[in-house]
Write a protein that binds this ligand. Structure first.
Ligand code: BGC
Length: 398
């Protein structure tokens, strides 16, 4: 009898282990993974669960009974599942909060501002005790958040600051300026701009101006690179003005970035000139740039330096093929945990941990912020950063 019990326990332990490895090892990254044919170097292998065009996905997640949450309801509003980034952030948060004993209502808005506002409204009327919002347009939520404020529902801005409303209590994000600096410094180092005269051909692609982060990404990168543009070491052949608006990519859209790069190549690189570096603020934009360059006949031998952010699978694969130079790794597991801890503290009447009370003014005053550390990732350290840390399994990058 004892023996049977022992055997049963061993079987149960193995099963638990296998189950938890499946849940964590693949980082809840859904069904995309490496099963898709990667027939375009910068295709859309975003590793995200399919977004069936739907604008909402309430899974009515069950709260585990082991935390301080006591079944309280957290509403999580995310921009879209189209980018691997957001589907993973959402999955990690949901898991962390459910483990803390909360019920989670998570919604993805298909990058539609109106849909996101009405999802938030439903969360308010649906009895959410706290809201975590990654805004599509940081300036478009003032009205709906008035209702959150009136109902005494605290709001955490997730990753992107929500502007011009005093309904926001806290902000959890990465050190966005540092991300921009890392991208700019990578280009400066690789071209050895301190010592080389150049001139090097250079173009700039950032994100949409309605994402407050872009101020920091663009500002951080240009704090490193502007002087080389001024000295003539970096030459912008397209003649694009060095301003956030002129270098913007609406909606962080891969297609928009590709179109813009197609046009730049067709207009300004007609005489056999080659690009030496492209500043791109994130991976979806970098993928559009890469596609345009491949179409124009660039090969891994003469590919320019291209920066990125998020370490999305498509971009890491491109890095391994020499079609993107670096990406800034923003560990979404970390941000999700920081946010889950914030929720827990607020719901229990405690002060959440913050580490920045200087830089993030949303137009109504400084929002107390927790900044997570970003990390440069390229072909030299991707194993350590992405695989040894358990973020990806090696086979997903094949
Ligand atoms: C995030 C980036 C992301 C981009 C596109 C930004 O607000 O900070 O990590 O790549 O949105 O979704």
């Amino acid at each position: 009898m004892k023996k049977i019990c022992k055997k049963l326990m061993v079987v149960m332990m193995v099963l638990t282990l296998v189950f938890s490895m499946t849940a964590c090892g693949d980082g809840n990254q859904g069904s995309g993974g490496n099963s898709k044919e990667d027939n375009n170097a910068a295709a859309d292998d975003n590793g995200a669960p399919a977004d069936n065009g739907g604008d909402s996905e309430d899974d009515g997640g069950e709260a585990a009974d082991n935390g301080k949450g006591d079944g309280k309801k957290v509403g999580i509003a995310m921009p879209s599942k189209d980018l691997q980034r957001w589907s993973e952030d959402g999955a990690y948060m949901k898991e962390a909060m459910e483990n803390n004993g909360y019920t989670v209502d998570i919604q993805y808005a298909n990058n539609d501002i109106g849909v996101q506002a009405s999802q938030i409204e439903n969360m308010i009327t649906g009895g959410c005790d706290i809201l975590v919002i990654a805004a599509i347009d940081g300036g478009a939520l003032s009205e709906v958040l008035e209702k959150a404020k009136a109902a005494d529902i605290p709001v955490i801005a997730y990753d992107r600051l929500i502007m011009n409303t005093d309904a926001v209590s806290y902000y959890a994000t990465f050190d966005n300026e540092k991300i921009g600096i890392m991208q700019g410094q990578y280009i400066a180092d690789k071209l050895d701009l301190e010592n080389q005269a150049g001139p090097f051909n250079f173009e700039i692609f950032t994100g949409p101006t309605d994402d407050n982060n872009v101020n920091f990404y663009f500002g951080g990168a240009m704090s490193v690179l502007q002087k080389y543009v001024d000295e003539g070491k970096l030459v912008i052949r397209s003649g694009t003005e060095v301003s956030m608006a002129a270098c913007a990519t609406p909606n962080w859209s891969q297609e928009e970035a590709q179109k813009r790069m197609d046009n730049i190549i067709a207009k300004s690189y007609t005489g056999g000139e080659k690009l030496d570096a492209v500043l791109s603020s994130n991976d979806s934009v970098a993928n559009g740039i890469t596609n345009a360059l491949l179409t124009a006949g660039y090969t891994e031998e003469d590919f320019p330096i291209i920066t990125g952010q998020d370490c999305e699978i498509t971009s890491v694969k491109n890095m391994l093929k020499g079609l993107q130079s670096m990406s800034v790794f923003v560990d979404t597991r970390r941000l999700a945990n920081v946010t889950a801890d914030m929720v827990d503290a607020i719901m229990n009447g405690e002060e959440p941990e913050i580490n920045n009370t200087a830089d993030y003014d949303n137009g109504t005053g400084i929002i107390p912020t927790y900044l997570c550390e970003p990390q440069v990732c390229d072909i030299n350290n991707y194993k350590e950063v992405l695989i040894d840390s358990g973020y990806y399994t090696e086979d997903r990058l094949q």
